[in-house]
Design a protein around this ligand. Structure first.
Ligand code: AMP
Length: 500
């Protein structure tokens, strides 16, 4: 199994990694670090939870250590662009942690707070600047930050930047950096707009990919509860009174919804904080700190606000509302299976959300097991009763759905119904590298921070889809999803790497 020292990282970095109990590189680290170390441009298809921050930070810090030179005044040698303040802060923290033995200087710049301390922090120049695009552009325009000394630029979570309308600002920022630079682009998905951006900004990039979403999903016990809209707050409170729920992240679709849910929980005696785009930076940090420290057991969040939040030990994700974008469901539930931990995802579904549920089940190609809320009366009220109608099944795999596959036409047996989702925790053997590392009897029990990540080239990586189900329409076929496609590459024996 490849170690960090075999990757050629500088000794002070290796000491820090040992102190942080990072024993083995994660797949994205293993794939990306060698290319970044030799100066290649790189596209990394990976999302939070895969160790991608270290995947780009470590080789960059190695380079700063090997080629020491002062940053220009008001400038930086490395620029990392991130979509949200939370993610920017976390990247800055990570850079400081990993770089503490090489004396790296860094600053973080984002909107929603006063600019003066940020301008002051940049006055003498820093090695690494982490920034959100809007505030960075403002500070560039007023002459407080210059980018003409940038040697490496990292564009992180570019798909979120696209969602948030940051692509043009990103282009303008990159245009202000020297042409002779190294450019690294990370994104969980690769829609055409991002491919185009990469083609315009990167020079002969190498592409690496990992499958965090499916790995995470493997470990999650997923359930859906059909419930009338008006019963959701009561159901949430009754679920939370269950002691098994240690630390819960509750998702709502809207900011107002998040506030309403947090207020309701507070009124029923649960310490809960809400985090969303309308909150001030101070309020967000307060909410996050309360959640991290365990003072509030529940954090209510919207999709965008939750993006990039790095909180270990989330035992439950509760979808108070189902997302109308099915991919968001997968991102949401992934918050509870960080760095190889398992977790539970419970989704509330009212009548109006049936359609969203169908889309989600289509995307993940399995039916979410249905739970009855505890204590629910036998005869549900009208609205919930509507929910109790037999649910239309998600479409089967394309071959089963095609006219030629019709049992009447072909005389073959009817296609099996899409199987119910089941997590490794529910008795299904885990399939992902991370899951397998956790399940191996020889592995000591670890905290999620210390979880051993299997590497794509290592012997402990399972063969592709070892448990392909007989219907051929199950959960294992996630590689059809564009943002899970790298799963296919994992089995290719090339470590999922391809040149673009
Ligand atoms: P990221 O995807 O960068 O948000 O990282 C997810 C989590 O994994 C963070 O809490 C990191 O501290 C942790 N992590 C990153 N790399 C490793 C590693 N090689 N071994 C153990 N934990 C790691």
């Amino acid at each position: 199994m490849t170690t960090f020292s075999e990757l050629g990282l500088a000794a002070p970095l290796l000491e820090t990694l040992a102190a942080e109990h990072y024993e083995t590189p994660t797949p994205i680290q293993l794939q990306a670090i060698p290319h970044i170390l030799i100066g290649r441009d790189l596209i990394g298809i990976a999302q939070t939870g895969t160790g991608k921050t270290a995947a780009f930070s470590l080789p960059i810090l190695h380079r700063l250590d090997q080629h020491r030179s002062p940053a220009r005044r008001r400038g930086c040698r490395v620029l990392v662009l991130a979509p949200t303040r939370e993610l920017a802060s976390q990247i800055n923290e990570a850079v400081r942690t990993y770089g503490r033995r090489i004396g790296v200087t860094s600053a973080v710049v984002f909107g929603g707070v006063g600019a003066t301390p940020q301008v002051r922090a940049m006055a003498g120049g820093v090695d690494v600047l982490v920034a959100t695009p809007g505030r960075l552009l403002d500070l560039m325009q007023q002459g407080s930050i210059r980018l003409d000394g940038v040697e490496v630029i990292v564009l992180d979570e570019v798909d979120r930047m696209l969602d948030m309308g940051f692509i043009e600002p990103v282009r303008r920022i990159v245009a202000a950096t020297p042409k002779e630079r190294q450019t690294l682009l990370f994104s969980a998905t690769m829609p055409p707009d991002i491919r185009k951006l990469a083609a315009d900004l990167l020079d002969d990039p190498v592409e690496v990919a990992v499958t965090p979403v499916s790995s995470a999903v493997d470990l999650i016990d997923q359930r859906v509860i059909h419930v009338a809209t008006r019963e959701k707050p009561g159901l949430l409170a009754s679920l939370l009174s269950d002691g098994a729920i240690g630390r819960a992240l509750v998702f709502t679709r809207t900011k107002r919804g998040a506030d309403r849910v947090a207020r309701h929980l507070a009124a029923t005696g649960f310490a809960a904080a809400a985090i969303h785009g309308n909150k001030s930076q101070g309020q967000r940090e307060q909410a996050l700190n309360a959640f991290r420290s365990g003072r509030s057991r529940v954090l209510v969040a919207t999709d965008i606000a939750a993006r990039g939040i790095d909180v270990d030990g989330v035992t439950h994700v509760i979808n108070f509302d189902l997302p109308n974008i099915p991919e968001s469901y997968v991102h949401r539930i992934g918050r509870t299976a960080r760095a190889g931990a398992s977790g539970t995802a419970i989704s509330f579904c009212d009548v109006a959300e049936r359609e969203h549920l169908r889309d989600i089940e289509k995307l993940i190609r399995c039916r979410l097991p249905v739970d009855e809320p505890a204590g629910r009366r036998a005869a549900p009220p009208a609205a919930a009763a509507a929910d109790a109608r037999p649910r239309p099944q998600p479409k089967a795999v394309p071959q089963a759905a095609s006219p030629a596959a019709s049992p009447a036409a072909s005389g073959r047996k009817p296609a099996a119904k899409p199987r119910a989702c089941a997590a490794g925790a529910n008795g299904r053997a885990p399939r992902s590298g991370i899951a397998q590392a956790k399940a191996a009897p020889s592995q000591p029990r670890r905290s999620s921070k210390q979880a051993t990540h299997a590497t794509p080239n290592s012997g402990d990586r399972p063969a592709r889809r070892p448990q392909a189900n007989s219907a051929g329409s199950g959960y294992h076929d996630l590689a059809h999803l564009s943002f899970m496609a790298p799963l296919a590459a994992w089995g290719s024996g090339t470590g999922g790497e391809s040149q673009t």
